[in-house]
Each structure stands twice: as C-alpha cells, then as structure tokens.
Design a protein around this ligand. Structure first.
Ligand SMILES: [Zn+2]
Length: 318
C-alpha cells in the first residue's frame, strides 16, 4: 500500500552542514567520484526495476569523464514508468529533529556496516554503485584517526563483533579510510529528503542519482513509503514523449517558487552548479533586461532634462 508521503524537494534544508571541525587534513577538500565504470544499461536493484529503455552515457554537452547522464535507448512514451526502486539506505527520524549532519552520519554507518558484515551482493553494490556517485562539499571527518574511531564502532552482532570491526575491515585493504571519508559526502550530495507522517528523513536512491537536472524535465519522480516492505520507493515516469538518444532530466528542486537569483544560489550551494537550461537562461536574460530598463529609464529622463535645460539656457543667452 502506498501512503501519501511526498518527496519534499531535494533541497528543503539544502545547505551543506557546517563542519564540526576546522583546520583538518580533510577540510575544504572537494571530492569527486572516481572515473566510473558504470556505463550502459542500469541493472535493476534487488526489489526494484529499471527499464532497458534507458542507459547511462557521457553527456557531451557537459564534457569530461564525470559528466554522466541518462539517455533513452529507444522512444519512450508519455507516462511510462522508467524505474521503480527501493531506497538502498534510508533514515526517518523517530522523535527528535536530528541535524543534517547527524542524519548523514546515521546513513553512513548503515551503509558502512553493510560493507563490513553485509552480503557479498551488498558489498559489491556499494563498491561499484554507491561509491561511484558524485560527491562534493566539506569533509565530515577531521583526521584519519576520526575515520578509524568511527569505523571501530561498526561491529557485526554477536560473537563475531568481538573479533572484527569496521577498523579492522579498513586495515584489510578492501576499502580504504579515504573511501570511508568520502562516503558521507556521497550520501550528503545524493540524498533525497523525504517526509512520512510528519517525520522527516532522507533516502539514497542510487539509480535515480544518475539523472541530471533541468528546470523543464521530461521525467518526474515521486517517492512513497511502502509500509509492507518498510521502505521508501522512488518511481520515475516520463512526463512527455522522449526520443531515442534524448537525455532524461529530473527537477532537483521540484515545486520551488524561488526567484531566479535565489534558485541559482540554492542550486550552487547544494550541488555546486548553476543551471544553464533554456528556461534559466531566458529567466536571467529577462531579469537583466528588467534591471537595465529600471536603471536606464531614470538615467534617460535625467539626461534628457539636462540637455533640454542646457538648450534653454543657450536660447536665453542668445
Ligand atoms: Zn534551469
């Protein structure tokens, strides 16, 4: 059964959490995903589906190795569901309002514990899917020691927890402390903010993170809580016919009514880029025109008066 949970804009509190520590080795480091091996058809995750009508490819208009996008492999008709995927990780607050940082760290712990004592499939998914997502912002850890302290708290339940923990996992070399340092940045960058019965939280929908943004998207997403499966599901549907080879876009801040300048600033803060779609360009050109007219009109009137005044003076002198 689907309940009326709605995706409350990916932004909402969309400002990077301020780092608790300053002057660290990691602070101010801007991280990006490694060159991704993820290309082509997106495999369906366990418990969800992604259609083969779409594939991940490089976006030539952005350029560069990191500029991935989702493209149509064949014509997609209006209303077609492109994917319906469960949250790979999610957190919904129980009572209190946790800070953004706390929520991100709770999900980080959850994902990292799947690496330490999860199934081989979960481990593979994190390494090849989650860890290749884009990230940015300021590190959540100050020193490498803090990364190890955090890892040490992650222990398998029962007897196994006494002999192995997250720190020993890091030392095994399968996953480095650098990777763990990057994990909360990835979660922060790719989180979808959700709301369920007045409780707020966030989800990680890896497959939906491949979409780029447009203010006039051809795909719309909706996030609902499935109480039977006790998880959030994201559904993406085409909101207009899409041609073969066309890129699929979603809106990163659906339903916002921000003026162009504040919208651009919010996008830049949260995702580090300014939207250059046709709508934004025409809106900013419009804003500049209005500003120009507002300034130009009084100046023209002033110059005109000045000139008239001078010519009248000339006439009087004659
Ligand atoms: Zn735009």
């Amino acid at each position: 059964m689907r309940l009326g949970t709605r995706l409350s804009s990916r932004l909402r509190s969309g400002v990077f959490s301020s780092p608790l520590y300053h002057g660290s080795v990691f602070a101010q480091v801007r991280c990006f995903a490694r060159v991704s091996t993820i290309n082509g058809i997106i495999p369906s995750p366990p418990g969800g589906f992604v259609t083969t009508d779409i594939k991940i490819d490089m976006n030539p208009s952005f350029g560069g190795t990191y500029a991935r996008g989702v493209f149509a492999t064949r014509e997609i008709s209006f209303g077609r569901e492109i994917m319906n995927v469960p949250a790979f990780a999610m957190y919904i607050s129980e009572h209190k309002e946790e800070s953004l940082r706390e929520q991100v760290m709770i999900i980080t712990k959850d994902v990292f514990s799947k690496l330490v004592y999860g199934t081989p499939q979960e481990k593979e998914y994190i390494k090849t899917r989650v860890m290749t997502l884009m990230s940015g912002g300021v590190s959540y850890f100050t020193r490498e020691k803090d990364v190890f302290d955090f890892a040490e708290e992650v222990r398998p339940p029962g007897k196994e927890g006494t002999i192995c923990n997250g720190a020993s996992y890091l030392l095994s070399g399968e996953f480095s402390s650098y990777d763990l340092q990057k994990l909360p940045l990835i979660i922060d960058f790719n989180r979808f903010e959700v709301e369920y019965r007045g409780r707020r939280g966030m989800c990680l929908f890896t497959e939906a993170s491949y979409f780029n943004h447009s203010c006039e998207p051809n795909v719309e997403i909706s996030v609902n809580y499935n109480s039977v499966k006790s998880n959030f599901f994201l559904s993406a549907r085409a909101v207009r016919p899409i041609r073969e080879g066309e890129e699929l876009y979603i809106h990163y801040m659906p339903g916002n009514n921000l003026p162009i300048s504040r919208f651009a600033l919010a996008m830049k803060r949260r995702w580090g880029f300014e939207c250059t779609c046709v709508k934004c360009k025409s809106r900013s050109v419009g804003a500049v025109t209005v500003l120009f007219l507002v300034l130009l009109f009084p100046i023209t009137v002033f110059i005109r008066r000045l000139l008239i005044g001078r010519s009248e003076e000339k006439h009087r002198n004659l």
